[in-house]
Design a protein around this ligand. Structure first.
Ligand SMILES: Nc1ncnc2c1ncn2[C@@H]1O[C@H](COP(=O)(O)OP(=O)(O)O)[C@@H](O)[C@H]1O
Ligand SMILES: [Mg+2]
Length: 400
């Protein structure tokens, strides 16, 4: 596997470069260069006004401010090209920031030699060294840290057991399935007991079932071992199910940084509302804004009550966002203060656990309603006209 060799050589080169830099720094830097200073609890990893440009012109990371606590599982989530890998590579030390600082445990990252960073890494394409056995792959990061043979063997056994691969130490990567290789990559990242593990789309190449199993295993291991994880994915389900907090990236910026439930239920802008989960949008203009509530005239002419989130004045264009499961059509279940609108059923899909109904409402033909399959729930028919309703607090006026 070429990637393995490439990684090995990047690793060795970066290491050498940083070692050289450290030696020269030693000659010039005075005693104030403090490597042992402890950071406050919630500032284990800090990105401080970080910018990155590869070509000296375009900023691919624009103004990144992010503090990650010790023991936290933080996910960088965003579309391809939004700058996630670049951030991870800067944190690992394989890329340097164009502006700003990255600190680890209170120290600027450039001042910490790689073997003292305590960073483990896992990539999408496993990046195991193909010419080495599984045990040799795990031994590598320990040898690099000058660990003795007996201690190495103990740690390798423990790490392999941790990922339920104890019997595979003698195999080569090519003799393992994708899921097994990824478990080994995980064990190799954990074997030297790093404080921080960086994972870049580690499950991207696996099938759905295996991905879900490993999602669970990774979060369990991370929490049991108390390690800090910075995890990168473009898969929103993965981000929501695994993380303590999620930083949603777009175009080199964090669009929102919050816990999974906050991101899903209280998105702060249209990008986040669209990117996380399924979302209905209705476009309109704010006619009145007061006390955190916005009255919006939809382009269809309907006037609705919403929660004002990302609008600033009457006259603003807005995209109103409503989650499909917050829309009710069963009159008996509808809350008295629900806002009601007429809708025409266009499509009804029975999905077992839920019903998924597509309706036309306020000129939008792609408005989705998700309803739990319950004994009192009616299955709708295309062509029917119904009344649908939602609570104003479930309906958010965001930027257009
Ligand atoms: N080594 C590189 N040289 C030049 N441009 C790069 C390099 N790596 C990434 N980029 C560019 O930086 C942007 C962000 O890329 P990346 O951090 O890989 O995003 P993501 O991981 O979110 O998909 C993209 O436009 C990408 O083309
Ligand atoms: Mg990437």
């Amino acid at each position: 596997m070429r990637t393995g060799k490439r990684l090995l050589s990047i690793w060795q080169r970066s290491w050498q470069a940083l070692e050289n830099k450290r030696r020269s720094d030693k000659l010039t830097v005075q005693h104030g260069d403090n490597l042992t200073q402890q950071a406050p609890h919630d500032d284990f990893v800090v990105f401080d006004r970080v910018q990155k440009s590869y070509d000296g012109e375009i900023l691919v990371v624009k103004d990144l401010n992010l503090s990650i606590a010790r023991g936290e599982f933080l996910t960088m989530l965003g579309p391809s090209g939004s700058g996630k890998t670049t951030c991870l590579m800067m944190l690992a030390g394989f890329e340097t920031a164009t502006h700003g600082d990255i600190r680890l445990g209170g120290n600027a990252i450039n001042n910490i030699p790689p073997h003292k960073r305590g960073i483990g890494m896992v990539f999408q394409n496993y990046a195991l060294f193909p010419h080495m056995t599984v045990a040799e792959n795990l031994s590598f990061p320990l040898e690099v840290r000058n660990m003795g043979k007996a201690e190495r063997e103990g740690k390798i056994t423990r790490a392999l057991d941790m990922v339920q691969m104890g019997a595979f130490g003698g195999r080569r990567p090519a003799q393992l399935s994708g899921g097994q290789q990824q478990r080994i990559a995980l064990a190799r990242a954990l074997v030297f007991e790093p404080e921080l593990v960086l994972m870049d789309e580690p499950l991207g190449a696996l099938d759905k079932q295996l991905r879900e199993t490993l999602q669970f295993e990774i979060t369990r291991l991370a929490h049991n071992l108390g390690i800090t994880v910075v995890y990168v994915t473009h898969d929103q389900t993965e981000a929501l199910t695994m993380s303590d907090r999620v930083a949603v990236f777009d175009d080199g910026r964090i669009q929102q940084l919050a816990s999974p439930d906050t991101l899903y239920e209280r998105p702060e802008n249209s990008f986040v509302a669209q990117f996380i989960g399924e979302n209905n949008t209705l476009s309109g203009t704010v006619v009145e804004l007061a006390d955190g509530k916005a009255t919006v005239r939809l382009d269809s002419g309907d006037v609705i009550a919403t929660t004002a989130v990302n609008v600033s004045a009457a006259g603003d264009r807005t995209l109103v966002s409503v989650r499909p499961e917050r829309v009710e059509y069963n009159v008996e279940r509808m809350k008295p203060d629900a806002f009601r609108l007429q809708a025409e059923v266009l499509e009804f899909i029975y999905m077992g656990d839920i019903y998924r109904t597509r309706v036309r409402v306020a000129g939008n033909d792609d408005f989705i309603i998700k309803t739990r399959n319950a004994p009192d729930q009616r299955r709708l028919k295309p062509g029917e006209t119904i009344e649908i309703g939602w609570l104003p607090e479930d309906c958010r006026a965001l930027d257009a």
